[in-house]
Write a protein that binds this ligand. Structure first.
Ligand SMILES: Cc1cc2nc3c(=O)[nH]c(=O)nc-3n(C[C@H](O)[C@H](O)[C@H](O)COP(=O)(O)OP(=O)(O)OC[C@H]3O[C@@H](n4cnc5c(N)ncnc54)[C@H](O)[C@@H]3O)c2cc1C
Length: 388
């Protein structure tokens, strides 16, 4: 196992870090408070080639791979976690259409998505189908060379601001998961509308809305692959998505750690910097150890995916650990700042609110345990006994 990054990976990581600290970090608090989504920032990320990270060059992407993408998301999350998160979803959708779409679909959607001209969103969840996503009921009934879609989807990242939506719908009641298909629906399609931006604990620079389908006609050329394949597509996409959320959480945790450490060097109590108290030093020691463990686990899952290996278990482990670590580390960062940590004039309370969502979306951490346990049972505990 090689932990050394290539020169190219270091360069891309530096570009992401520079952008994050120059364009995201100074604005993250204001965007959060004003619930402001910046299209301009998305376009800037397109100019930096961050919008088609897994898409081959022939479809206007850069195809830098999962590990390099993880480095990008980690750096962006340090500046603005909400921005990093919606960019991961955009890349997930772009890749989904690129992987399973026809040449026409790639021309029409993948190229503008990869160039950052269009923004992508992913819609699986419904009111009665969250963790049990295969229970979804939004219906797509065949009619006149297309599908008539009816139903409501819930909690869609970039809802309303995205241009292209990968929507999981039910095309057959005969089977639960095998009756699900993926339709690509464009903003502006008649019968397709959005709910208001949800009022959330955090992540407000990234709008989350319902999608409403009311006799919405979607032409058959908008189906991805074939009928019945949608649930597989959705789960495959989420596998990579979990690595990305893990990477964002590592970046967020690192940012909270760095902020708290710098503060602890400056803040004086009892006539000395608070960093000199061993109680706080041990907190920092644990935070640093856990961030490192999470980072290595996320990088390993990303590397396995780059090598074309099945990494279902490692992606779930990485997501579970990294998001739990981000929650612990950001909570400790608030503690280290004391009363100041609780104030909105310092960023750590915002980091803590950001961290919570990582444990919930792209499969809750209970569901990650379900996935890990399933794989452990399948492989009798040691999936790769020769490699680690
Ligand atoms: C800000 C935000 C953005 C989101 N973005 C998107 C998006 O872009 N696209 C999209 O499709 N969805 C999105 N979601 C939805 C998200 O993925 C779901 O909220 C999540 O999967 C959990 O589903 P649920 O909320 O229905 O919770 P439920 O499934 O109702 O779970 C409730 C509790 O029960 C537990 N639980 C459920 N089943 C089991 C089980 N079998 N074993 C153990 N515990 C279990 C859960 O872990 C949880 O603690 C987003 C959600 C939020 C909050």
């Amino acid at each position: 196992m090689d932990f050394k990054l290539s020169d190219e990976q270091r360069l891309i990581r530096k570009a992401a870090r520079d952008f994050s600290f120059k364009e995201l970090a100074p604005n993250a608090r204001e965007w959060e408070e004003k619930h402001h989504f910046s299209r301009e920032v998305f376009e800037m990320m397109g100019d930096l080639d961050f919008t088609g990270l897994y898409v081959p060059e022939e479809y206007d992407g850069t195809n830098v791979g999962r590990l390099t993408a993880a480095l990008v998301f980690e750096e962006l999350a340090k500046g603005c976690y909400a921005t990093a998160v919606y960019l991961t979803v955009h890349n997930m959708v772009t890749n989904l259409i690129c992987q399973y779409g026809t040449e026409e679909q790639k021309e029409r959607w993948v190229k503008p998505l990869a160039r950052g001209e269009k923004l992508g969103a992913y819609s699986l969840t419904e009111a009665e189908a969250g963790s049990d996503a295969a229970a979804l009921s939004t219906s797509a009934v065949r009619k006149n060379g297309g599908y008539v879609v009816n139903g409501t989807k819930l909690y869609v990242t970039s809802g309303g601001v995205a241009d292209v939506y990968a929507v999981m719908v039910r095309t057959s009641d005969a089977h639960k998961s095998k009756g699900i298909s993926t339709l690509i629906v464009e903003k502006g399609t008649p019968g397709f509308a959005f709910g208001p931006h949800e009022a959330k604990m955090g992540l407000n620079a990234s709008p989350t809305t319902e999608l409403h389908f009311n006799n919405c006609f979607v032409p058959e050329e908008n189906i991805l692959g074939a009928e019945g394949l949608g649930f597989n597509f959705a789960m495959t996409a989420l596998n990579g998505g979990r690595i990305n959320i893990g990477a964002c959480s590592v970046g967020l945790a690192q940012q909270a750690f760095d902020y708290a450490l710098a503060y602890a060097h400056k803040r004086q109590q009892f006539g000395k910097p608070i960093v000199s108290f061993q109680a706080l030093q041990f907190m920092f020691a644990d935070m640093a150890t856990e961030i490192d463990a999470a980072r290595l686990m996320v990088y390993r899952a990303a590397s396995l995916m780059d090598e074309g290996e099945d990494c279902m278990m490692e992606a779930a482990m990485g997501k579970r650990l990294a998001t739990d670590v981000a929650m612990r580390v950001t909570t400790d960062a608030v503690q280290i700042l004391g009363g100041y940590g609780y104030m909105k004039s310092y960023p750590v309370e915002m980091y803590m609110r950001f961290a919570k969502i990582g444990q919930i979306f792209e499969g809750t951490n209970q569901i990650q345990r379900v996935v890990i346990a399933r794989e452990i049972t399948k492989y009798k505990g040691r999936k790769r006994p020769d490699s680690y």
